[in-house]
Design a protein around this ligand. Structure first.
Ligand code: HEM
Ligand SMILES: *[C@@H]1O[C@H](CO)[C@@H](O)[C@H](O)[C@H]1NC(C)=O
Ligand SMILES: *[C@@H]1O[C@H](CO)[C@@H](O)[C@H](O)[C@H]1NC(C)=O
Length: 358
């Protein structure tokens, strides 16, 4: 009797330690990759497939940039109060004929058309596909944090409704209200805007597709936070367009919304604190993206497969003023923070080149 009870306890303890081991023991997949969970093994070939068929062999190019934008436009179709879509569910891919009609999704048709055949070449759900592609594409950009990836989103049920995606013509009040409605603080909204360090516009001014938001569009650095604070002097294309304000550099576009957020008392210090603080930007962007990419999902049903995401190359830094610019060109709205010392570069102001393939 005593013996039977003891062996039952031993058996229980053994079972518990095996469960524990299953949670923590690393698994070697048939492909040779090592992961924390056997369920993730299926994703290593999918990552290779994405790199080959979507990202030109692992580049931080147009497709990587727009895969990140797509993850935002998919996920933000959500409200903590309900009734605004399923969040990070891949509805933008699966219900593309509805969501691509929304004004704020201008230019998104290109990446949906590029992703759709690649999506059909894999067995992932639309949500897993969109958010894995964003994590992998971002990892191709030096300086980016290694984003998390949670696996197992069910198929999306319906398209998101219109008017969930912020527009560059929106006021800061409207933008922050939309982010709050989706569950994000002003600090998280600014952190997510780090994405505009690897961004270019195709449709704000259709005469100059691929016009970058900063002078280092292939690097996930804090350059965009600096350059949005430089006094604007000209428009890069055919005059002033809706959602665009004066930019400091030829060939560079400044969004009205980025500029307004950099100057608003609610966000100016959050914006300024990112300048030349690579570590802060990386950790805050990573945390906000982790939240964005599972919005509306039951995370208890998802498996943490973050170790399938490639490790990004580091950014050596520090950032510099574009040639000919210095601290006298700054327009700072945050008085509380000391502005960091940024190196200056001699020579004429650069002209920023468009992103190829736009
Ligand atoms: C205030 C909120 C935001 C506004 C108003 C906004 C607006 C825009 C606009 C107008 C473009 C250019 C589209 C075009 O003409 O092709 C753009 C590009 C981009 N946005 Fe945002 N955005 C916001 C937030 C975000 C967030 C939260 C992310 C990601 C986390 C994001 C990622 C991107 C990326 C990566 C691009 C570049 C796409 C490419 O180069 O192909 N944006 N954004
Ligand atoms: C949109 O989705 C449909 C399937 O619902 C697909 O056949 C089509 O190719 C997609 N459109 C684009 C632009 O990818
Ligand atoms: C340039 O802008 C003007 C209005 O400012 C417009 O009439 C003209 O069509 C635009 N040109 C192109 C090529 O889009």
């Amino acid at each position: 009797m005593v013996f039977a009870r003891l062996s039952a306890i031993v058996a229980l303890a053994l079972a518990a330690s095996q469960v524990n081991a299953a949670l923590t023991k690393r698994v070697t997949c048939a492909s040779g990759h090592v992961t924390a969970n056997a369920a993730c093994c299926a994703l290593f070939p999918a990552v290779d497939f994405l790199q080959e068929n979507l990202f030109d062999g692992g580049e931080c190019g147009e497709e990587a940039h727009s895969a990140l934008r797509l993850s935002f436009h998919d996920a933000i179709g959500f409200s903590i109060h309900g009734g605004k879509g399923g969040g990070a569910d891949g509805s933008i891919l699966a219900f593309n004929s509805t969501e691509l009609e929304f004004h704020a999704n201008g230019g998104i048709d290109d990446i949906v058309a590029r992703q759709f055949p690649v999506f059909e070449g894999l067995t992932l759900s639309a949500g897993d596909f969109v958010h894995l592609a964003a994590a992998v594409g971002t990892a191709n950009c030096p300086g980016a944090p290694r984003l998390e990836f949670f696996f197992g989103r069910p198929a999306p049920l319906a398209p998101a409704p219109d008017l969930t995606v912020p527009e560059p013509t929106d006021s800061v009040t409207k933008i922050l209200a939309r982010f709050a409605d989706a569950g994000f603080s002003p600090a998280e909204a600014v952190a997510l805007l780090s994405s505009h360090t690897i961004a270019a516009a195709d449709v704000v001014d259709i005469t100059i597709p691929g016009t970058p938001f900063d002078s280092t569009v292939g690097t996930f650095d804090t350059q965009v936070f600096l350059e949005v604070l430089l006094k604007g002097t000209a428009f890069p294309g055919n005059g002033s367009q809706a959602g665009e304000v004066l930019s400091p550099l030829a060939g560079e576009m400044r969004l009205q919304s980025d500029f307004a957020i950099s100057q608003d008392p609610r966000t100016a210090c959050l914006w300024q604190a990112m300048v030349n603080d690579q570590e802060r930007m990386m950790s805050e962007f990573k945390a906000a993206m982790a939240k964005l990419q599972v919005l509306g999902q039951n995370t208890r049903r998802l498996v943490d497969c973050s170790d399938v995401v490639p490790v990004p190359a580091p950014f050596a830094g520090p950032i510099k003023f574009p040639a000919s610019f210095s601290s006298k060109d700054l327009q700072l709205a945050c008085k509380e923070l000391r502005f960091p010392n940024i190196a200056t570069v001699a020579g004429p102001a650069p002209t920023v080149a468009p992103v190829p393939g736009s």
